[in-house]
Design a binder for this molecule. Structure first.
Ligand SMILES: Nc1ncnc2c1ncn2[C@@H]1O[C@H](COP(=O)(O)OP(=O)(O)OP(=O)(O)O)[C@@H](O)[C@H]1O
Length: 670
């Protein structure tokens, strides 16, 4: 948002005045009214004053609505909404994924509801004029005179009360689907005060995603032919759906009777929604059935503004596995219906528990704001920017949308929902104050980037082609196929799945080598970003994260790497700490009767004073296999137990395999 609310323009009802905002003074037509008589003065108590204000607002309905109407006629014509008549053409939809901002901020103004229309004291004071929104409020002065103050905010897209959910979906949700089908990450967050239409909007979007995602997956397969022409039946995609609610530090599975689940970040930086059901979905009907089941379990409470207010963040996660590109990570679509924001005055009548809950909700919304804004800032500033994504469960779960070191192509959109009534103005202004800083202006010039030739984001198409030729051994990847027209910046916005799919169209190019090239380009980009942040120490730390090593290690070299690691794989127990992977001693007497059922690798969770540890089990997925293949493990975070110190054989090195979400043991015989 470009204009600060405090600099909004105001117009006295009683005299000729000027409207001032960031763009400078704008003259307005004077209102021919004796407003001071209409509003009057009052020396009564605060409560009387509030009642009197309500009466005055009611009395002034015609006056204020006329002012708003007149003001609206002076606005420039609203810009047309972005539409996707191209729903039939996935290619053009996909093209839109390469353009535009990665962090978008939209506003949806809902219509006045029936009961609001019936209330003579409530009338609409919000004007949607895409891409701006105007919020009008009435200020009463001590002398009985009154002003109409208009706050103008800019957004990327503004939807008005007459815009349908179809229009919202087409503009902001539909373009995320091709990204997700290409192994990227799309996140849509509905924000707003309680009763502003978040659930209405998100439910409508879920219904439309359910209809479109399967059809677009089939189209996606067809656009990839002949590369994927061996596929018969099905689109080559597998979909799963998880649905969780987050309340403070707790998370519950909405698909499994609200079973508690954990959100964990392992030592490799991978975040796990551990213990949540991942239900396979193959049809729109099944998709909707799951979403409805989850929504019915979500926690709601009556609030001042909404009889069934959602008091938790509901996160619907659609995971897309492309079975035709097993080397690419799963695409992920997060549809997040945030808990309603409430001001302190709204929750003042609540119990202590409810007030604490409101505080917790507002805290996590504050963290979300910081993460969103700071991530967007990284692309437009050279200063160091801290992104506190570990400060709340929600932002930890959505880590890849915020983490600058993430190599996943991610797009995040916040849609702020507004109730248009005059009685909601304080909350509406709060919502806009929350949203305003999220919209970070795009940097028009990028001198540091230009001075950094190793940053792929500034390469021309010719430079990109030269780099591809130089970096693919044997030069089998034809740049004309991989990047016929794209600039370096566009290439960095290409989701991994699309990158790999283009590479394997070239003869003799394996998926693994395509993936390595993709990761090499991202590594250059992340390193350049970190260099630009002028924190060499931090850059080095991120570079040396084990996840980078794990990601860049192809299958063919893992045996050699495992052999290299062999010597130091098992160490002393002195340096054990939570998050360390350990081997358990099968000779220990505590293990003997469990030898066939207990996994012998585990993850340390918490130490006990006695020296024992609470550990999480790791299930060996390939017990029958031998050699390097023998050590694929799945983390069973809910399966915990306490093991004595003597049972811990030592620390083991593992690497995280993102594509299968498993851990591979490096060079340790178990
Ligand atoms: N665009 C819209 N058109 C028509 N009705 C709407 C629209 N948006 C919201 N509503 C109605 O407004 C009411 C409140 O909407 P909703 O429950 O979605 O609010 P919310 O922001 O999710 O509230 P909370 O945070 O308290 O859960 C509902 O009755 C809903 O049907």
């Amino acid at each position: 948002m470009d204009s600060a609310p405090s600099d909004s323009h105001s117009s006295a009802l009683h005299d000729n005045t000027k409207v001032v905002n960031d763009d400078g003074p704008i003259a307005v037509t004077p209102l021919q009214t004796n407003a001071s008589t209409a509003f009057g003065t009052s020396n009564s108590s605060i409560r009387d004053k509030e009642g009197s204000i309500a009466n005055r607002l009611r009395a002034q309905k015609d006056l204020v609505t006329k002012f708003i109407f007149d003001a609206a006629t002076k606005l420039p014509p609203a810009q047309p909404l972005p539409t996707n008549q191209t729903r039939a053409s996935l290619n053009s939809l996909f093209g839109s994924a390469l353009e535009g901002r990665d962090h978008t901020v939209c506003v949806r103004v809902r219509p006045l509801l029936k009961h609001e229309q019936d209330d003579a004291g409530c009338y609409s004071v919000v004007t949607a004029n895409n891409p701006a929104v105007h919020v009008h409020s009435v200020d009463f002065r001590w002398n009985g005179r009154s002003n109409i103050r208009t706050n103008k905010y800019d957004a990327d897209v503004v939807f008005g009360p007459d815009d349908s959910t179809d229009a919202v979906y087409n503009a902001i949700a539909l373009p995320l689907i091709p990204l997700v089908l290409s192994n990227g990450m799309g996140t849509l967050l509905a924000y707003g005060q309680t009763g502003s239409g978040k659930t209405y909007t998100m439910t409508g979007i879920q219904e439309r995603v359910a209809q479109d995602i399967f059809a677009l997956a089939e189209q996606h397969r067809q656009t990839r032919e002949p590369g994927w022409d061996g596929v018969t039946g099905g689109s080559g995609f597998e979909f799963t759906l998880s649905f969780v609610e987050l309340m403070g530090k707790q998370a519950f599975d909405l698909l499994s009777d609200k079973k508690p689940v954990s959100i964990l970040e392992d030592v490799f930086g991978a975040v796990h929604l551990s213990g949540a059901a991942e239900e396979p979905v193959t049809t729109p009907a099944r998709f909707l059935e799951l979403v409805e089941r989850g929504a019915s379990l979500r926690r709601t409470e009556a609030t001042a503004k909404n009889a069934t207010s959602s008091r938790s963040h509901a996160v619907c996660c659609i995971r897309v596995k492309n079975t035709l590109l097993p080397e690419a990570e799963d695409g992920i679509l997060y549809l997040v219906d945030l808990a309603g924001s409430e001001s302190n005055s709204d929750s003042s009548d609540h119990s202590r528990e409810r007030i604490a809950e409101t505080k917790e909700i507002n805290k996590s919304l504050g963290t979300l704001k910081d993460c969103f804004r700071n991530r967007a800032l990284i692309d437009s500033t050279d200063s160091h920017v801290h992104i506190p994504f570990r400060s709340s469960r929600l932002t930890l779960l959505l880590k890849e949308a915020f983490d600058p070191a993430s190599a996943r192509q991610a797009r995040t959109t916040v849609i702020a929902n507004l109730a248009p009534g005059i009685t909601d103005v304080p909350q509406t202004l709060n919502t806009m104050r929350y949203i305003a800083p999220l919209r970070v202006p795009v940097r028009s010039t990028s001198p540091p980037a230009i001075s950094d030739p190793s940053n792929p984001a500034v390469w021309t198409n010719a430079q990109l082609r030269t780099w591809v030729r130089a970096n693919y051994p044997g030069s089998k990847i034809d740049p004309a196929v991989l990047c016929p027209t794209e600039s370096g910046k566009q290439m960095c916005r290409l989701p991994m799945g699309e990158f790999i799919a283009r590479c394997v169209l070239c003869d003799g190019v394996s998926e693994m080598s395509a993936r390595l090239l993709y990761e090499k380009m991202w590594k250059l980009l992340i390193t350049a970003r970190l260099r630009a942040r002028k924190r060499p120490g931090e850059a080095a730390a991120v570079k040396s994260k084990p996840v980078a090593k794990a990601k860049l290690k192809p299958d063919s070299t893992s045996a050699a790497a495992a052999a290299d690691d062999d010597d130091d794989a098992v160490t002393t127990t002195a340096d054990l700490k939570p998050g360390t992977f350990i081997a358990l001693n099968p000779e220990h007497e505590g293990m003997r009767d469990k030898l066939n059922t207990v996994p012998v690798v585990a993850l340390l969770l918490a130490p006990h004073a006695s020296g024992a540890w609470t550990v999480a089990d790791m299930a060996n997925l390939e017990e029958e296999k031998e050699g390097d293949e023998a050590g694929r493990y799945e983390l069973l975070i809910e399966s915990k137990r306490v093991v004595p110190k003597a049972m811990i054989k030592g620390r083991v090195e593992v690497e995280y395999v993102r594509t299968s979400r498993t851990y591979r043991l490096c060079g340790v015989e178990v």
